[in-house]
Write a protein that binds this ligand. Sequence first.
Ligand code: 2YC
Length: 268
Amino acid sequence: MTRLTPDLIEGVPDDKIDLDSRLLRMTGKTVKGIALEAAGLEEGDIDLSEFRVGVVPITSGLGVISGFSASVDAIVRRLGMDSHVTEGTDVNGFAEAVDDGVDLIMMADDNRFVAYNTRTNRHTDNSWGTAKGYSVALKNAAGGLEGKEVLVIGAGYVGSWAVRFLKDMGADVRVTDIVFPKAKALEDAYGVKALEDVDRALSEHTLILNAAPAIFSGEKIAEGSIFSTPGVPHYFDEEGRRKAKAIIHDPLEIGTAVMAVNSARYSL
Ligand code: 2YC
């Protein structure tokens, strides 16, 4: 999993990229709308303002990422939840949040980022949330995926979930990875098509969920492609930006919003 850096998320607390406006243009939905759909909810099914969230900074491994807790806190506040970052870190912060009676605890170490529902003892993982959120975004940007060819790039945690979600949405799912056996394993497990030549696959598809830490030169991108691309690092050259019909990306928000709403749903 790619570790975020402070510069990648420095604009998140104040929503410097105005993600909702960009998403509305490309998908017709805001972050909250995508998160609700990803969690299987309609507006009105849940009152997110009733949920109290504790965000716990975790110092293990490579330590805290400056701005990470503040970003997660800001994201769930934008959903309408009542969120705060705990004073304490790690176990201290966890115990503080529990004693404070929060409904959700959100925390990430170097390997996992979870939203834990204290009422139901269930959690949602960021990989799940990112894959679901970006699959829903692609579906909305494409006006539905039934019977359409969709290419998933990257057979890691996010890509593996995305393959399942996109198949459930009726897409004709292809998957590719620079380590071909990883893509082949998904073909064997879920009956999707593994493609060995990444560049050729990219040039032959216009609906793409990119879950790889990869950068693609514009010359390989098919005209009119819709990219749903949580992958970090994120970069498209001028030719790629001109040829793509839409490039849906953010460094943290969609995945975090989906996991928070999905874990809140456990309380319904
Ligand atoms: O500040 C903290 O509490 C750190 N322990 C957070 C470490 C997050 C590491 N994970 C990542 O950078 C990315 C995130 C988008 C979630 C998954 N990988």
